[in-house]
Ligand binder design. Sequence first.
Ligand code: B12
Ligand code: SF4
Length: 494
Amino acid sequence: MDSPAAKGKYISGEKSVKVVLIDPRLSAKDEYGSLKDVSNIIPNLGLAYIASALRNRGYDVKIVDCSVSEISLESLKDICADYLPDVFGFTATVLSIQSACKAAEYLKVFFPDSLFVIGGPQVTALPFEVMNQKYFDVGVLGEGEDTVLELLDCFSLSEDGFSKVPGLIYWNRQQAAWELSPKREYISDLNRRPFPARDLFVPLNRYSYSPVSTLKSPCCHIISSRGCPYSCSFCDKSVTGSVFRARNASDIVDEIEHLIKDFKVKEIKFFDDNFAFDSKRVFDLCDLILKKKINISWTCVVHANTVSYELLRRMKMAGCWQVVFGLESGNQKILDSVSKPLTLDISARAIRLAKRLRMNTRATFILGLPGETSETIRQTLSFAKKLNIDTVSFYVFSPYPGSVLFKDLEIKGQLRHRNYQYYRLIIDQKNHCLPYVPEGLTEEALTESINYCYRAYYLRFAYVFRQLADLLNFYQLRRYLRCLRPLFSIFKER
Ligand code: B12
Ligand code: SF4
């Protein structure tokens, strides 16, 4: 194959290089089905980090988010024809890889001389599989900010320089094969890096954060640390790795202030892998928010074993109104078997502490992990009920490429298929085909159990009564009203 990258003919060196970054995700309706109105339809920060790195280096950058704007391939081509990019950069997860390939295949016909780059979790997890489809010229593996700059720098100087840029998969012409360049080190210092270029997305008000987790808007999410030292076997850590690297309080507060000033943001969501792993850092962050009297409401996803009463109290004082816990299962054996470093007691304690402080609690459970039975599903449901968590999500297990479980199940021949459009944690009632079903269960039984869990959890007198008590708060009332309509339609469908 003579990849255009090998020809090196699109970077002239004289004109400013134009890069279009594309999030090719499905339309929100196709991705979330009946759950669309309670899901996060939000800008992709990975792409925004790439954009800001490129812009800082003087490249001309544009972002096209196909999801929120529901852009067809034809309009995508028209947008690109107006802009005439030298480089196309796609991002993709397991769920969006097929759309990314489709878009690249289509656009290549019209822009045969441009460089087609793919980055993100899916190519990082399965580099050869993605590149063998031959829609892309080069893949960026892992964190891409430094790699993409070196890629484009070297590209304008020498056509064969890719092998020297760490973090790539590229076409080796001599070998006529895809080859990995040396591994890229994780970014060790995340401070003082340019903030994500959120201004390159369509206006923020076109996006929507799930009302389940949002009190005030406009809202934005922040990644304040990367990497997680835990080893849950269902989690894909290919991009951010196992070493916890964190931004300091003042760098995070600078970003919060920038969001308040430039985007009028009233709420922040921290979507870190393990936000409170370093509790001192979170204390510092809260203290700085309080010291600077920043009026911001926020939420975060935390691991239950990283929180204490004192930490939650300080978080609440600094504006945190909801804590989200990945509790995964109400059965200890399942937790142990997926290497989740959590006991049921720790989970219960964390929820109780947050409730004692009258913080809103949210938990996510994964049903259908290996070893799951109807009985363990019942245990999970009754565990959630016992804790009376404010909001629970019952996701279906999907073996994500890059995770230990994906590899295990693949080796054991237990993956039912590799049609990645079905690798999702939210079940689409009308169109699903689970990639994995545990022994002893059927797809129908598992999906019906999940539907049952939702109904059995939310349609309870004790639950409704407790939630009604919160309605005294204006913001909570508005939040409930926003959740109500989609919830009714979900129950109708389920
Ligand atoms: C926030 C988040 C979401 C949000 C927002 C998604 C969005 N629009 O950004 C929501 C909740 C909507 C979401 C949904 C899903 N998510 Co998600 N999500 C995350 C989370 C927690 C943080 C993402 C993030 O901002 N990371 C920080 C940035 C810096 O990393 P990054 O996005 O990977 O980008 C870097 C590199 O990948 C690379 N890069 C990325 N794109 C590009 C493009 C180019 C051109 C270049 C050069 C480089 C490059 O450079 C970036 C900067 O370093 C990650 C976990 C994680 N640690 O990343 C999971 C994660 C990305 N999600 C995952 C999954 C599976 C999903 C869902 C499929 C879940 C589902 N619903 O079933 C969907 C898929 C959505 C979609 N259509 O693609 C998996 C992906 C696994 C895989 N192999 O694909 C992850 C890794 C979770 C995990 N640990 O298993 N997610
Ligand atoms: S699921 Fe969460 S706690 Fe477990 S390894 Fe992944 S990021 Fe860490």
